[in-house]
Design a protein around this ligand. Sequence first.
Ligand code: COA
Length: 259
Amino acid sequence: MEYQNIIFSTKDNIAWIRFNRPDKLNAMNAQLLGELEKAIIECEGNDEVTVIILTGNEKAFMAGADIGPLAKGDVSTGYGVADSTMKVQERLADLPKPTIAAISGFALGGGLEIALCCDFRLAAENAVFGLPEITLGIIPGGGGTQRLPRLVGLGPATEMLMLGITIKANRALSIGLVKEIVALDQLEAKAEELAKQLAKVPACAMRACKTAMRAGLNTGLKEGLNIEKIAFSMLFGTLDQKEGMAAFMEKRNPKFLGK
Ligand code: COA
């Protein structure tokens, strides 16, 4: 399958997934979802890729699911869309490599849900966030009712979900939805800078950290602490732990191997 609805490229150990349906504000249809899954699988399997950046264009990260095909859908259409979307989003959220959503313009509905599956969200000054599904007589079907309250808390999430309001970058920053606001023409450079910073982190520790944090969210504190204990102890079997601690003791910079 060739990419048509996304542009996929890799450079300097960073993979770029760029949504590319500009005439529809990158609205997610089945083809785009399939291509996103393919790109995620390529990132999973390519050892050269250490960090993944998802982005759109100046006007839209993604304005949600493509309403066209959904407008005449029935119950099984709804189930199928939610099911296939969630599978791909889970794959993205579970990627053992760091992910960054670099957001300019609209990040609505499924677009915001994809951003919520990433580890970091950077917002350009013109970014607009929302889960407006309720205004269409539905609710989010790609994890929005679950991931948004977990990230920003029930208060702001309730407002966004139950009223379907959109919020601008400043508010998104104040509720912890995004890490940082950057100038529009600096968005890609800032995302790349963050990616390069993340690429320096030893890969085994990065994997363990992401897995423990995310697994812990799906379980109780006691189980979460046990996950951390096991992951912590396993890292003492890596070369990077030896190197990281030796470098500290010898007052030099570490040279990590990702092993
Ligand atoms: N599904 C399908 N098409 C969409 C879309 C979506 N989610 N979002 C935008 N588009 C299309 C528009 O229909 C329009 O296509 P057209 O030129 O063929 O008519 C094109 O993208 C440009 O959008 P437009 O509405 O003209 O831009 P705007 O700047 O006036 O408004 C939005 C931007 C984002 C406010 C508006 O497009 C919108 O509300 N989109 C739907 C958002 C949504 O509800 N998402 C959740 C879906 S479940």
